[in-house]
Design a binder for this molecule. Sequence first.
Ligand SMILES: *[C@@H]1O[C@H](CO)[C@@H](O)[C@H](O)[C@H]1NC(C)=O
Length: 383
Amino acid sequence: MLLTSSQVSVVLSSAIVLLFTVVLFLSGYLVQQRTVHSLQAAIKPRLPKPLPARNPIAPPTLDVKWARPMGGRPDVDGSFDQIMAAQTLEWARLAYVQLVKDHLELCSAVMLLAELHRFKSPARKILVFPRAWLQKGDDEYDPQLATTKRLLRNAARRYGVSLIPMEPLVDGADDALPSSYSLASLYALTTYERILYLQGPGTLLDVSALDSLLAFSKSEPLAAFPATPERKALSTSLLLIHPSQDDFGRLKELRSSQPLTDLELFRQTFAAEDSLISEWSLSMGNVVYESQRLRDAVDGFNETLFEQATTYVRLSDPELPGPEYDVPYYARAALRPRNEEARAAWEKLYEEFRQRRMEVCGLDLETWSKPVLSAGGAAAQEL
Ligand SMILES: *[C@@H]1O[C@H](CO)[C@@H](O)[C@H](O)[C@H]1NC(C)=O
């Protein structure tokens, strides 16, 4: 039986409608898939640059700071936290820590923790201090102790710092003496997987490199900043620590058997070849920089580039007592870097430290009474 022409046109138009429906469905499906993918890409957190293992293969020649997804992120919202949890990064078990033995060190420690708070680091912030400070009676007014208590309270309230009192390292030592306390007590913080200690006083210019170190390093007993570029010995200017009762016990035992500075104690306990931060990790810029090095700056030094490439500057010039002290102008002028750009950077670091000290601690500079002689360098190393 032959189809009439009207029947043919009905069949044809149905086929055309069917074809268009299929095409429409397919294109809609493709558009949807693409949207889903771009959505997934958009909500995926940009994590800090992962750190490589300890074998330095061809260090990259990066001269700017690391990408700064963590520290620079303005708002850490709920969904971001959930994604982070899904990435099994337990920020609650990673912490920055300051340890103070002396009332005079407390303000600088709080200033550093306040900077970490300002940079919105996702890691915890801890302040370890002598328990004896809490036990002194309130019957007699002691202005120094009053300041100490005010600073501790501010650290907890304003900057979300956890306060952890410590005992002298050696049992029975005089709890009023700063020398009875030790950085070894950091090893007793075993609720944390990794902690990062910075030796103060100093200024933090950025936090992303430190967040990456904390987040992506392997847990090892110690990864310390090298004392010199030759990597022969460790320093205590930056310590990345995996706390453990074993290491705490070892340090305590050694320190109980003989009087040692913290630097000596750490050097005797941890072999340098196993305990330095990998070269690769440090090739990302000036992770730790000492202000006195600005005096060696050569022509072409650029203040802007220096600030961009630097994470932490320890304010340490051997002839000066520290940035907490008011030093007469002539004494400072004699020490300033000759290079104009380096001098500007140096003066800015000291001046900003003074201003933040007032903002964070409500303290003016201390008066500088006694001139510091050549022993200054050694004193700055000891803790
Ligand atoms: C320092 O470097 C920045 C960025 O490259 C540049 O804009 C600036 O002009 C430089 N300053 C000097 C004094 O060379």
